[in-house]
Design a protein. Structure first.
Length: 118
């Protein structure tokens, strides 16, 4: 499709009579086409930018998922360690209670021996 300038040049070069009202309409259509092409270009740029932003956010989201997974793994390990330590604490508490009972028994025996000696 030829533009207004191209058609005008052909008509002038060949010295043909020009229906100016049609040329005016052609000029208007060329103007509208140019505006639409510019809008289309702006939209393409906007879509490209949106795609880039989307990819950037996807990358950030993937990194955040990896960070959460690593944190969850660490927490699971720490939970296991806490459970092990709690079990060991129970064993130690029982040992301390048993030792306390033995100490009380020995203390009672010492008191009895001391009374016998007096």
């Amino acid at each position: 499709m030829k533009t207004y300038e191209e058609i005008t040049k052909i008509l002038v070069d060949k010295r043909l009579p020009a229906p100016w009202f049609l040329l005016d309409e052609l000029q208007e259509r060329d103007k509208v086409i140019k505006e639409l092409q510019e809008k289309a270009h702006r939209w393409e740029k906007a879509f490209d930018n949106a795609d880039k932003q989307y990819l950037k956010k996807e990358k950030e989201a993937a990194e955040l998922r990896r960070m959460i997974e690593r944190r969850d793994e660490r927490m699971t390990e720490k939970d296991a360690t806490i459970k092990e330590l709690q079990a060991e604490i129970k064993v130690v508490k029982k040992a301390i209670e048993a030792a306390g009972k033995v100490i009380n028994q020995k203390g009672a025996q010492i008191c009895e021996l001391k009374e016998q000696l007096d």
